[in-house]
Design a protein around this ligand. Structure first.
Ligand code: PEP
Ligand code: MN
Length: 275
């Protein structure tokens, strides 16, 4: 079979729903008033993990004022080590939910197990599938049976086709609301946390009609790399950004070193003219 990923044969076989057919328009996925795709660029920002109510509220107000459309915050954290902070769990979702309502901003958080699906359906506006779960097909199948937007992060070692196949699982099961998120892949380089694959944007734009956003925080792993990664992503045609922001990065429980302070985040959105 010819290996041009844009070809009809491949679409007909494996990417029936996610593949972009000749001349097919971008899909637009909406979360509250925010839209991704078809020329719409939206911004997701917030802490790596929910720490407590006051911290979440402070960050939520700051990112909204800076121009963010959606508040992020992990409550179930898939950490490399079992000894690392695992997140506040259900309490974290409750905090994020209350803060979202108080500030008037939709929320996104990562679901790691189907055990909590009902809570997420009730309280979260968009469900994140993290890179470590991109190939958790049972999770993807169930997320296909609901209609909430799903933010599908690229797996650490996933090829474009593997990533799109994961999206196909969700679409095939009935949910068309999928947003892809490039968050860097693992390469031989260790200076950066992951290697941001900017060309994922034009490749996925060609392969699929689904929106794609860039996470420059988890790719570079350092706050001073976020600006360049974000700008490169938008220049490449990304439909949005997900950026970790914290009002006190030095004291953040996790990922403080890659978190922007709200002032820098605001300046970045201003420079990109996407607020
Ligand atoms: C996150 O965005 O909170 C996260 C854990 O990222 P990733 O799944 O890309 O590692
Ligand atoms: Mn993080």
């Amino acid at each position: 079979m010819e290996r041009d990923l844009g070809n009809e044969k491949l679409i007909n076989e494996r990417f029936r729903l996610s593949g972009r057919r000749e001349g097919q328009e971008d899909s637009i996925v909406s979360v509250g008033k925010a839209s991704f795709g078809g020329g719409n660029i939206s911004n997701i920002a917030g802490p790596c993990t929910i720490e407590d109510y006051d911290q979440t509220l402070e960050i939520a107000k700051a990112v909204k004022e800076a121009g963010a459309d959606i508040l992020r915050g992990g409550a179930f954290k898939p950490r490399t080590s079992p000894y690392s902070f695992q997140g506040l769990g259900k309490e974290g979702i409750d905090i994020l939910y209350s803060v979202g309502k108080e500030v008037g901003i939709p929320i996104v958080s990562e679901l790691t197990t189907l055990k909590y699906l009902d809570i997420f359906i009730e309280k979260v506006d968009m469900i994140q599938v993290g890179s470590k779960n991109m190939s958790n097909f049972e999770l993807l199948k169930e997320l296909g049976k609901i209609d909430k937007p799903i933010l599908l992060k690229r797996g650490l070692y996933a090829t474009y086709e593997e990533w799109l196949s994961s999206a196909e699982y969700i679409l095939y099961n009935g949910n068309p609301n999928v947003i892809l998120c490039e968050r860097g892949i693992r390469t031989f380089e260790t200076y950066t946390r992951n290697t941001l694959d900017i060309l994922a944007v034009p490749v996925m734009k060609r392969l699929t009609h689904l929106p794609i956003i860039i996470d420059p925080s988890h790719s570079g792993g350092k706050w001073w790399l976020v600006e360049a990664g974000a700008k490169a992503g938008i220049a490449a045609g990304a439909d949005g950004l997900m950026i970790e922001v914290h009002t006190d990065p030095d004291k953040a429980i996790c990922d403080g070193s890659q978190s922007l302070i709200p002032e820098r985040y605001k300046k970045l959105l201003e420079e990109l003219k996407i607020r």
